[in-house]
Design a protein around this ligand. Sequence first.
Ligand SMILES: [Zn+2]
Length: 308
Amino acid sequence: MEVSMSRKDILFLALSITLVMFVAGVSGYKYWTLFQAHTETKAELLSVKNEYSATVQQLHSTIAELGERLATTTIERNTLEEALRGEQVRINAVQMQLDMVTGTIGTLAKLNSTDKELLQKYSRVYFLNEHFEPKSLSLIPVDYVFQPEKDKMILGSVLSFLFDMLRDANADGINLRVLSAYRSFGEQSSLKSAYKITYGAGMSNKFSADQGYSEHQLGTTVDFTTEELGDNYDNFEQDKAYLWLTEHACQYGFVLSYPKDNAYYVFEPWHWRFVGLNLAHRLETAGQYFYDMEQRDIDQYLVSLFDN
Ligand SMILES: [Zn+2]
């Protein structure tokens, strides 16, 4: 079979080929251009990415460095804090020692300024020295004194305790009065002589023995009466004033020296001695009397004798 192509056909074929080639060329170019652009963008993005990576890496290393520095600073701060605490502990220890020394000095000063005779038990073998004189005497307010025309004195440090007791007793309707307080050795001797004349030597020794009345020489001891009883105080034991004192005197540091049936001296319900709040409270709590206690136990209360 013969294939014959007309000129027309050849022309058409040639045109078609040309068209296809043209389209292919244009497409190729376009693709190449796009490829080129893409490659450029990709390269650009890569470089940006690398740049960021570097920055991030740098930041990481900066953070690590800062962390290290912070750790070092923290260690340094902890060390400083520890050193500071150590210093504080040392300062506190020194302060404590200083306080202890100050306290000891204070205690010694208090003990030095307090006559140990003020808490001494007096007996037939232990007398108060006849030359003993209280450090400073104060006048008892005349409102609370029986026979106020005669001055009544008490140790200065005891006055406020005595005054409070007298004021409170009177507020409770007890007309408590001071009949006798401080008596010097000289006054004591003449009083004893007077008793001797009145009662005879045997009776006065029992009634007015040295150890008993020497408590008045201390300046801390008071004989009480009431406005109503006056110097007729023989019945003081039956008076409500005595009951009030047995219930309240210890709150002001006073105790009964010679209670009923004691082994040392005749019963003197009117005769009260200041021994300080602490000792008076202890005696009250224990149901004990001053002369029943051991002297070495009593002595422990000397340092707080005038404490409130
Ligand atoms: Zn007395």
